[in-house]
Design a protein around this ligand. Structure first.
Ligand code: FAD
Length: 409
């Protein structure tokens, strides 16, 4: 049995940043990072963008060069996950049967892709995009000649994959159950803009469209049966229908949580000495009027990692970080500041026809989020407004793109 001072479960964004922050803050005890991934920590966003497109190599998406971890005396236990936690004994069991005791644990397990549940879902040629192996499998399928891609789910991952696959010359059809793309995360203006853009780029976007079955031949996907009875041929299926927090061992050990695992303002779970951060951590977010939510973003994983590391070092500071997010599709750079949860009005700044505009989300007259498409200045200044806790702003003023947001503080 190995003994570690701090173990970090998960070698993704949150886990990597937690280890980095602990060392930066002078933590001298042993740190063991345990990860199901078999390669050192890397960035996930490029998996549906530059890495998938072949524009960035794996080396360029590594969070730190491989040697960094050894230099900082951070032990990486790769290729095996934590399957069991004995919270009383402060001990974990790994899937390879080994056991490690800990003084403190940071759980940064992220999430697993939500799986398709229709008949045919086990056929070969169905791709989820969560880790490097998934992206590599898609790239391999393309190399093997896949040309007709169907994508289920028009969230960020589905649309980003659509943009890359178009660029690589595939025929692409996107099937979405809702009546607009990005329905879970964005307002109507942004959805319609992205629908138009994808159609202009040659993507066949089908809204309010469910799938009844994945059809195959010789064990490989060849098409889809849609719920309107139509069939759609494809030689590659990409599924981006959301994620399921990877917290089963924590919950089995007694941690509270129904949508992921519950954490307090210092990222502590209800189990002694166990913190949780990132995609899997349900927390009361100050930028969502303290609603209990999970955020699926690099910002949240990194900032929670810093909060947990600080708390372990005895320098407790409540988690308070403005949420931000980005998505790259074609030449469109979307940057989001804040959370639009519960918005009751939107204001459009600029003209979508120019491919440069901002959607401002208001709640009782107060800006709570900005979706900025190729409008970097609005993003930077919008962030400052939100961080300063701006109150009501006249919507007519907001709509005037000639007036800078910083002048409205
Ligand atoms: P992850 O980075 O997912 O890391 C979790 C790790 O834990 C994984 O390696 C997993 O294998 C491991 N693990 C799980 N269970 C166990 C266990 N029991 N034992 C050991 N290891 C375990 N966010 C943005 O802000 N902007 C973007 O443009 C963007 N694009 C994205 C594109 C893609 C394709 C994906 C998949 C995500 C994207 N995200 C984006 C989201 C962002 O990557 C995540 O929010 C972020 O990675 C969350 O960090 P995390 O540490 O919580 O989880």
């Amino acid at each position: 049995m190995t003994a570690a001072d701090v173990i970090i479960v998960g070698t993704g964004h949150g886990g990597a940043q937690a280890a980095i922050a602990l060392r930066q803050k002078g933590h001298e005890g042993s740190i063991v990072m345990i990860g199901r991934d078999s390669v050192p920590p890397y960035e996930r966003p490029p998996l549906s963008k530059e890495y998938l497109a072949g524009d960035k190599t794996f080396e360029r998406i590594m969070i730190r060069p491989e040697k960094f971890w050894a230099d900082k005396a951070i032990e990486l236990r790769l290729g095996s996950g934590v399957s069991e936690i004995d919270a009383l004994a402060h001990c974990v069991t790994l899937s390879d049967g080994s056991r490690i005791t800990y003084r403190k644990m940071i759980w940064a397990g992220g999430a697993d892709p939500r799986r398709l549940g229709v008949p045919g879902s086990n056929l070969k040629g169905i791709h989820y995009v969560r880790d490097k192996r998934d992206a590599d499998a898609m790239m391999q399928a393309l190399e093997n000649g896949a040309k007709r891609a169907a994508i289920i789910g028009a969230g960020y991952i589905g649309l980003e994959a659509a943009a890359v696959l178009r660029k690589l010359g595939c025929e692409v059809t996107v099937l979405e159950m809702q009546d607009r793309v990005l329905a879970r995360v964005a307002g109507e203006e942004l959805s319609r803009f992205y629908e138009d853009e994808h159609r202009r780029q040659g993507v066949d976007i089908r809204l309010s469209q469910g799938v009844s079955e994945v059809i195959g031949e010789d064990g490989h996907v060849t098409g889809l049966l849609l719920d309107n009875g139509e069939t759609l041929d494809c030689d590659m299926l990409v599924v981006g229908i959301g994620i399921v927090p990877a917290v089963a061992p924590l919950i089995a050990a007694g941690a509270a949580g129904s949508n992921g695992v519950d954490v307090d303002i210092y990222c502590r779970t209800t189990l002694d000495d166990i913190y949780a951060i990132g995609d899997c951590a349900a927390h009361a977010n100050p930028f969502a009027d303290s609603a209990v939510i999970r955020l699926e973003s690099v910002q949240n994983a990194n900032d929670m990692a810093n909060t947990a590391a600080r708390a372990i070092m005895g320098d407790k500071e409540a988690y308070h970080a403005l949420p931000w997010f980005w998505s790259n599709q074609y030449d469109l750079k979307l940057q989001t500041a804040g959370l639009n949860l519960g918005y009751d009005a939107t204001v459009l700044r600029g003209d979508p026809e120019t491919r440069k505009f901002t959607v401002v989300y208001l709640k009782e007259g107060r800006p709570i989020a900005f979706d900025c498409v190729n409008t970097m200045k609005d993003y930077v200044q919008g962030r400052k407004l939100l961080e300063a806790g701006v109150e009501k702003i006249d919507p007519e003023l907001l709509a005037d793109a000639e007036i800078q947001l910083k002048e409205m503080a």
